[in-house]
Design a protein around this ligand. Structure first.
Ligand code: SF4
Length: 925
């Protein structure tokens, strides 16, 4: 039987070729979260890439979290989409074949043109991504809104921060983030709301942690229904009831007003609308005790938070997806901003509301109008003067006259047949959108699905009529903007592999084939220049429309100037001496972007999540990220370093709920909602309240048989922002009954035909599969040999079976090297995979290794490191616990000094702290 070889991986530099190396490495920017850390990437002579933090970059000053540190493991060409492909049979998704770029571009251009001619411009759409560079985004938006003449371009940023955008626009008159990272360090009180910063924005969290070490009097409050890793540093954790944030902040507004903490001068001079906002807040939230009851908080804890907020002038309230991803997300944002406006705590060092963006270029997308309800350069679609300004600048044949379809509506319109062609760029909506099975149905019905991606096999690509190979990180060139408005360069240090092209090039080539002028760019700096000039076009009081987003200071850069561009925060101002300077914080002059120059309080009457739990679906599903994975794992899933920390999807639930619903830790459970179902491993993380469960967002149809949580999420959206309610869907958990559990570690892909549930995990020189099956296995030996594609009679095949207990283990050895192993049991209590995994990097098994093979453990005690805690230095839980117990280590610093764990990115520090306290409890009890 043939099995598919998966190793060795091809190093990025070997196939793609490398660009000229720069001393100290190429300075670029991390492609993951919105912190926007500077990276130095150096291509080695063996084609591998060394990654280091850029010590000169003001986001991270040389530090990187574990995801950034592991970037070198994600740029290989394994699984890359290298050539354009098209379906030979329109209705057969399997009929994709390699074609020339000319054929692929013609198909896209003619397909879009035909549908536009027959059904109008709103019958086509683009669905793009916060992973795109600003220049790619700019061209996509220009093509759609200015040339095709429809605003049907939306982005996956809709899913993570569109509520913040809408909240900013309502309060400030434009989508403006007032603060900068330094404000988190200058504040006396940092409030993190709906943000597991320790895992999702680790370098920002490390900056807070470092300051807290030197200024312990600085207070940190974490407001989150879960006790996350971020809480390990908190002075106060408020585990509020999911969705009750507006009650909490309305209560704070009322408390501040009643205790006369308002900055009356600021309110009078620079704001409007306080009375209505206060009136709305006072309806339910005037009494902190009543608020505590609604939010299910300890009344004293709530009061402590209110008092701390009142007492500290320098307060930053940072918020993320826990606030935004809600059917009342925009109101949540405004309820936070209201408190800062009332106290005048905005526009000054160490204070302000702070939306921390999820994606590396969500901000850049906002700058160019990547959302369906925005125009380029922070102008508004519903403002005729803005529409004219942009059209005059572009000299384009048309201009979208009304907002387009937002993400969820867009895929519903595709299913309904109103949108007949969609071009999906750098995103995986079949995994990431709510009601994701509906997205599958929509794409299956769509007349023309075009996908630009760097990976060949994704859940979304399976629906493509045309697949276009795009350049990835390290190959593409352009700019991104971080959460603090800092524009940084992403620079190429690898040549494009195969026939991959930059997204802006592909878009321009399609636009030109559709007959449009205005896309004759030959280099990316030309697009950046046009983008900067548009930001300054008719921008100023003289035009009656001063816009804060202004990059005039960066206009006119040639190739050399663009290459040399250093990270800078917009707006860029030119000083009297002609020097161009960025701007750290906004609103220092108390002037906002509404026509009257004032900020707006927004009345935010609280409302509960749209769907309440009921008898059939009695709990609430919360979703989010894990520490070491990014989005749908198409890149981070390739890194063995990142795979170990959380190898499988899981459902985290309270032990009493588990008991109630008949599931146990380590078992598989079926998790279902009215929209879909999945299977995940039950765990008790210790941080979740009764009545709620948490499931991570990352796993997809390529990495697991049945773990796509997007299929379960209700498609309810915020009425203002269109952001989906990812944090609350009524859900049921029940036993997923199986006859056996097992795992496989193998250098080849096993045949999974007889497996009910599987998860694939990338290892170093092997793949790991966690397995479970419903059908009992009659002949374990024959079954295992078939699974691994091995002729056991002819092979170095070691096996052990306890037939009465249903336990079976086999190991396949080739040339004294481990090739594969399979472990099966009726229960999930299988040996640790860590030691067996470590054997795959050995050139030759030692005799002592062979003795341990079938028990899955080393014979000498202590060699099994256990599950990974510190991914940077591959330090396992067993290693840390042993060192703590035997050497009497009592602090993270001592653990780091002894084992290095926690000494690089610091993402694991909260977990080390937790282990230390667990061992302390164990030893003192
Ligand atoms: S915090 Fe981590 S993921 Fe985010 S930009 Fe920095 S290195 Fe990348």
């Amino acid at each position: 039987m043939n099995s598919v070889p998966t190793f060795p991986l091809v190093a990025a530099g070997q196939l793609a070729g490398k660009l000229a190396e720069k001393p100290g490495g190429t300075q670029t920017t991390c492609p993951y979260c919105g912190v926007g850390c500077g990276v130095r990437a150096t291509l080695r002579s063996d084609g591998q890439v060394d990654i280091a933090g850029d010590e000169t970059h003001a986001s991270n000053f040389g530090r990187l979290c574990v995801k950034g540190s592991a970037l070198g493991e994600t740029v290989d060409l394994d699984g890359r989409l290298l050539y354009p492909q098209m379906r030979v049979q329109q209705d057969d998704p399997q009929s994709l074949q390699r074609v020339s770029w000319d054929a692929a571009l013609d198909k896209v251009a003619h397909g879009f043109r035909k549908i536009i001619d027959q059904h109008g411009p709103d019958a086509v759409a683009l669905y793009v991504s916060g992973q795109l560079l600003t220049e790619d985004y700019y061209i996509a938006n220009k093509l759609m809104k200015g040339y095709i003449g429809s605003a049907n371009i939306d982005t996956n940023s809709r899913l993570c921060m569109s509520s913040a955008v809408a909240g900013h626009k309502r309060a400030f008159g434009a989508d403006l983030v007032p603060v900068c990272y330094e404000d988190l360090e200058l504040a006396d009180l940092v409030v993190l709301v709906g943000s597991n910063t320790a895992w999702c924005h680790p370098i920002l969290f490390q900056r807070i942690a470092k300051i807290k070490e030197t200024r312990p009097q600085m207070k940190l409050v974490v407001i989150d229904p879960r006790r996350t890793a971020t809480c390990e540093l908190a002075d106060l954790h408020l585990p509020l009831k999911a969705g009750s944030d507006v009650w909490l902040f309305n209560g704070l507004l009322s408390f501040l007003a009643r205790h006369d903490i308002a900055d009356a001068g600021f309110v009078a001079a620079h704001t409007n609308g306080l009375d209505a906002a206060l009136e709305a807040a006072e309806v339910d939230c005037a009494d902190p005790a009543a608020v505590a009851k609604i939010c299910k908080l300890d009344p004293q804890d709530l009061l402590t938070f209110y008092e701390w907020f009142a007492a500290n002038e320098k307060v930053v309230t940072a918020f993320s997806q826990g606030v935004n991803q809600s059917s009342s997300g925009t109101d949540k944002v405004n309820s936070i901003i209201n408190c800062h406006l009332l106290t005048g705590r905005i526009g000054k060092a160490g204070m302000g509301p702070f939306s921390i963006t999820g994606q590396p270029n969500a901000m850049g997308g906002r700058e160019v109008g990547g959302l369906a309800n925005m125009l380029a350069a922070h102008m508004d679609l519903d403002n005729p003067q803005h529409r004219q300004t942009v059209q005059d600048f572009w000299q384009s044949p048309s201009m979208a006259a009304r907002p387009g379809l937002k993400a969820v509506d867009l895929f519903q319109a595709i299913e309904a047949g109103r949108v007949k062609a969609v071009w999906i760029i750098a995103t995986n909506p079949v995994v990431s959108l709510p009601d994701a099975d509906q997205v599958q149905r929509a794409l299956a019905k769509c007349e023309l699905v075009v996908v630009s991606d760097i990976i060949e096999k994704t859940d979304t690509n399976a629906f493509a009529h045309v697949l276009l190979p795009a350049m990835g990180w390290g190959e593409k060139d352009g700019t991104v903007t971080s959460s603090e408005r800092r524009i940084s360069r992403q620079r190429a240090f690898l040549k494009a592999p195969g026939e991959a092209r930059a997204d802006w090039q592909i878009l321009c080539q399609v636009a030109q084939r559709m007959g449009y002028q205005g896309f004759a760019f030959s280099a990316v700096h030309q697009i950046f220049d046009e983008h900067t000039r548009l930001s300054a076009f008719r921008n100023g009081d003289a035009f009656g429309q001063r816009r804060a987003f202004n990059l005039a200071g960066l206009s006119g850069l040639d190739q050399a100037g663009f290459d040399a561009l250093q990270p800078v925060q917009w707006p860029i101002v030119t000083t009297a001496s002609g020097e161009k300077r960025g701007t750290a914080r906004l609103f220092a002059d108390g002037r906002f972007s509404h026509a009257d120059g004032k900020a707006r309080f927004v009345a935010t009457p609280p409302r509960a999540p749209q769907h309440a739990p009921d008898d059939e679906y009695p709990m609430s599903l919360n979703t989010g990220r894990v520490r070491d994975q990014w989005h749908t794992m198409t890149r981070t899933g390739k890194s063995p370093k990142l795979a170990d920390h959380v190898p499988e999807s899981f459902v985290d639930m309270h032990p009493q709920d588990a008991l109630l619903y008949g599931v146990r830790e380590g078992m598989l459970a079926r998790v279902s909602t009215r929209w879909g179902a999945m299977v995940a491993r039950v765990q008790h993380g210790g941080g979740i309240a009764r009545g709620s469960i948490f499931v991570p967002i990352h796993w997809n149809g390529q990495s697991a048989s049945d773990a796509r949580v997007g299929a379960l999420i209700n498609p309810v959206v915020d009425p203002v922002s269109g952001e989906p309610e990812f944090k609350h869907t009524p859900v049921r958990v029940e036993e997923f009954r199986v006859a056996w559990y097992g795992f496989v570690l193998s250098r080849s892909r096993p045949l999974l035909d007889d497996v009910t549930h599987w998860t694939r995990i990338q290892g170093r020189r092997f793949n790991r599969y966690e397995l479970a099956g419903r059908s009992p296995i009659a002949d374990h030996g024959a079954w295992a040999a078939k699974l691994l594609g091995v002729d056991a009679a002819d092979a170095d095949w070691l096996e052990y079976e306890d037939a009465s207990a249903g336990v079976y283990r086999a190991v396949h050895v080739v040339d004294d090297c481990i090739d594969a192993c399979v472990f099966l049991s009726p229960r999930p209590d299988l040996p640790s995979r860590a030691w067996l995994a470590s054997l795959f990097i050995k050139e030759k098994l030692e005799d002592a290794d062979r003795v341990g093979l079938l028990i899955g453990q080393p014979i000498e005690k202590g060699a099994d490191t256990g599950p990974t805690v510190c991914s940077c230095f591959s330090v396992g839980r067993n290693t840390i616990c042993d060192a703590v117990r035997k050497q009497g280590l009592s602090s993270v610093a001592e653990v780091t000094a002894c084992l290095k764990a926690g000494g690089n990115c610091g993402s694991c520090v909260p977990e080390i702290k937790k282990l230390l306290s667990e061992i302390l409890v164990e030893e003192t009890s």
